[in-house]
Design a protein. Sequence first.
Length: 287
Amino acid sequence: MKEIYIEESGIKVRLHHWGNKGNPIIICFHGLGSTSLSFIEIGELLKDKYHIISVDLPGHGKTPGFEREEDYSMPSMVEWVDKVISKITPGSFYLLAHSYGADIALHYICAYPSKVINTMLLDGGYYIKKDKYKYNASKGENIDSLQKEIDYYVKDFDEYCFDTLQEHIEAEKNNYQRWSSLLEEASKDLVIIEKDKYKYHASGFAASCAIKSMYNYPPDSVYYKLPKSIYLLQSSLPKSMTEIREALVEKFKDSTGAIVKRIDGAGHLLHWDKPYEVANEMLYWFQ
């Protein structure tokens, strides 16, 4: 694994690489609140067959955030991402994207269809915020509006604080079904030291801007433009989300013609819960 930095639009962008540069390229977009190291296990599993490049999106990991909210809008984000990718490779590539990154990926494919060979989405690209809010309201769930979701993430990101790194790691361990030394390394990447405290790497501002972008530019606004070369791996946990998850997946399949596979026993961060299954599906799809 190699960590490198490139300059784009006045921002020092961090990337992680796995594998030989002569191998087929997979570009990876992480989810909201994550970093490029979220793909660390996938990178290690597939580094002999692919050149895997994962990007810290703006406001995440060690890539500084944008100062203006409008720069996080989906059209601006897609343009920025393409400038970064163009500095990495002039050719075509495979695209792997999780959650928020999957939304960006769908808009990217529509803007630059000739650059992407095949795309795999990891539990993302099918969540439509307006539909989710409406469903939550019908079930009496708290997050039933854009503002409530923004408020939740701002509080969650900005108030995340531990006295020691070990406290942070233990908290992360409790969020997932399995653990490994590589996941621990990725988890360490989620915090920064500020005034002798371990704080979350991403700010509430970056989160609020990303959420507004996903709301204002929902994935279903580009479903009709998408190519058929899309494969969605869908989570199956928590069970409490089964009804809305299945409804949104059916809409996604009907509108795009994409292939969808549910990964049993996997939560939203399914490449952490089921890395070997995800790696095997990538070997099948990215060939």
